[in-house]
Write a protein that binds this ligand. Structure first.
Ligand code: G3I
Length: 355
């Protein structure tokens, strides 16, 4: 009986989610073979989690969105639902429904979860930013508020989050520590504090530093490398580097991305591409879609070619729900499926990736 149960357990694990590849598990020269039917099958084949950002309203209200998400992806990130402004809009009053829905759906559909994000300068609740601005929240109280937030949120999802974006975008485009309420009031030590508190709250989760333009911005890359080295020297629990991967075809592809990723994984970190999308100046043309497909594929190739890269997440899988049109006037069509959830050339290009 025990042998039967062990056999069934092994089958269940095999169909659940792919284990990230390690050198021992990969089979160099695994090329060609039948094209996978979907991204979930590709994820199993290349042993990289393939994920998407999830918006809670279409998750609840759009059956085709939900069905596509659960068919295609082995990893999910709440696009907004886990951000501080969304979970604690009034001080001490928590609204977990959206985040709970993402986690519950993930558990039901064999998807791992990225927590996004514990400490950021954006989407902070107004009671917090106002309190700091008017001086009613001093540095000591702010540090306690940050600690409580991390323990509250990471503690709530303890054991249910594969990786947390513990700190997000803490380096500015000039390569300096970003001037935020955290740096101004708490000093640079807030970063180490955040990682230590997150690890205490959930020792199961991999803890990441996440940022945009890390694929190419040398000043930002160098400062982030320094932060990682300093944290590791202080034995602060940091496990991963998140490259957001927000690209545009009107710009050159960041050809040095593989080298940059290796600079971080050589420090012992795992890597993830956490928010991949490739926008374009409208209107859409077949030539623009072909370039977009190339950019998406090259990012996944970079992940597959680095054995420490374990996750490739797109920042929404459909143009029906993408942040880009609201933030970049005249640009859009940034995702791998159109508004009707029809695959675009980028989707098809991803299916051709091989380890
Ligand atoms: O939830 C409120 C709602 O109550 C209010 O009625 C409505 C109108 O003001 O706003 C809603 O909040 C919006 C939120 O998305 C949720 O929909 C915010 O205004 C809007 O600014 C916010 O935009 C998000 C953006 O981060 C904020 O910077 C985008 O959806 C989200 O895709 C984007 O994601 C970020 C990552 O978290 C970090 N990396 C960059 C990436 C793109 O900016």
């Amino acid at each position: 009986m025990k042998r039967v149960l062990l056999g069934l357990a092994a089958i269940a694990l095999a169909v659940a989610v792919p284990l990230p590849a390690t050198a021992a598990q990969t089979h160099p020269g695994q090329h060609g073979g039948r094209t996978p039917d979907n991204l979930r099958e590709l994820s199993h084949k290349i042993k990289v989690y393939i994920g998407s950002a999830v918006a809670v309203t279409p998750l609840a209200d759009e059956e085709d969105y939900r069905r596509t998400l659960n068919r295609e992806f082995t990893h999910v990130t709440a696009e907004n639902a886990m951000k501080w402004a969304e979970v604690e809009p009034q001080r001490g009053q928590y609204t977990w429904d959206g985040a709970d829905a993402v986690v519950r759906n993930a558990q039901r559909n064999h998807q791992k979860v990225r927590g996004h994000t514990l400490v950021w300068h954006n989407q902070l609740p107004e009671w917090l930013t106002t309190g700091v601005a008017d001086g009613s929240i001093d540095a000591a109280e702010l540090r306690g508020i940050l600690r409580d937030h991390i323990f509250k949120e990471a503690g709530r999802y303890r054991g249910k989050i594969r990786a947390w974006d513990v700190v997000n975008e803490v380096v500015d485009d000039e390569g300096n520590l970003r001037n935020s309420i955290w740096l101004e009031k708490l000093g640079p030590g807030y970063i180490a504090d955040a990682f230590r508190w997150a690890h205490q709250a959930d020792p199961h989760a991999k803890l990441y530093i996440n940022d945009y333009n890390l694929e190419w911005n040398t000043a930002k890359i160098n400062q982030t490398l320094n932060i990682v080295k300093d944290l590791k020297a202080k034995r602060v629990p940091i496990h991963g580097i998140g490259f957001q991967g927000h690209l545009g075809i009107q710009y050159d592809y960041p050809a040095d991305f593989p080298t940059v990723m290796k600079q971080f994984t050589d420090l012992g970190l795992e890597a993830a591409i956490t928010e991949a999308d490739v926008r374009m100046v409208l209107p859409v043309t077949p030539e623009k879609l072909a370039t977009q497909a190339d950019y998406y594929k090259r990012m996944l190739d970079t992940c597959v070619d680095n054995r420490r890269c374990v996750e490739y997440t797109v920042w929404s899988f459909t143009d029906r729900h993408s942040w880009v049109p609201g933030w970049f006037e005249g640009e859009g069509a940034a995702t791998i499926m159109d508004e009707n959830l029809a695959p675009k050339p980028a989707y098809d290009a991803l299916l051709t990736v091989r380890r």
